[in-house]
Unconditional design. Sequence first.
Length: 366
Amino acid sequence: MRSGGRAVVLTLVAAGVWLFATPPLDPGTADFVATPAPVAPVVEPPPLTLDELSTRVDPTVVTLSASAGFSGVAGTGFVVAPDGIVLTNFHVVENATEISAVHMGNGLIYDATVLGYDKSRDVAVVQLITAADLPVVELAPDPLPEVGDAVTAVGNASGAGVLVPAPGAVTALDQQVRTRSSVDGSGNTLERMIRVDADVRAGDSGGPLFDAWGRVVGVNTAGLSDEARNGTEFSPPQAPEAYAVPIAEAVSVLDQVLAGRSGGTVHVGPTPYFGVSVRDVSVFENKPAMGAAVVTVTFDSPAEVLGLSAGDVIVTFDGTEIGSSSDLAEALLGRRPGESAVVEWVDDTGVTSSGTVTLAAGTPTA
């Protein structure tokens, strides 16, 4: 090809390789690279049938009974370590003075104790006392399932003491849900939840949500009430809708509890008891200070012994400034029964007082 009397050399490019002539390699000095053999693609085994899934996973599940005085709660948990470490919901063991578990694989009944919990994520870690060599669940390899994935919730439906599978599918991720306790009516807002259309019922709380291959993707936490599911004379029945804590969230709590580190929203070890209920102080109130306003003081509690009364505002706890009820909850989170702390408060007349409180032993609560 000619251009202005000069020869122009065209360089060809094919699939990113420049085609130039190069000197031949000297076999004595050249580096040779081995060509790897092709890797066969990973093929998932076929999904399990409902019977196959139950056979595989039921021996890793426990039914739970938690009691506090004259009231009790039935729930579910699943084994994550052979020595009887179990994941469940916080609301299953909240305020419990006694907890027992029936292992659905060996049929044995175990006394249980709470090792730690996170109310904000509704996750609790429970130890089955004297347990050993128990089969454990398999956790899903991915932190989250995908919308449309088949799932099955397994639990102690209606507290009947038997495991009932509830198949469905993932309908949404990263959901916020406001839950209401069926025991005392208290509420809790949960974030980053998995929504499914499985028929999760009371008693399923704390049980595993399995994928199609029997791997845990979540912790069953909330479902429709019986009235919503069955309908009333004023409203038609609603389609199944339930929510689960992603397993990665639950494992994060588990790891922190097993490491023995209270912090953030996770409490580890026995729960300290102070004996007050508090609320935030509104900026519109005629209060002499901002802090955690005392609503009630329990009779013969450490708070009553200290001298706190309804209407007082707690402003510091062992040197930490308290600006809200959540600040006080966080200050108590890392404490243990028997520990002492200096508390400062202001009464309705503006008089500031302080004293040392010794925390008693309490039940799992926020």
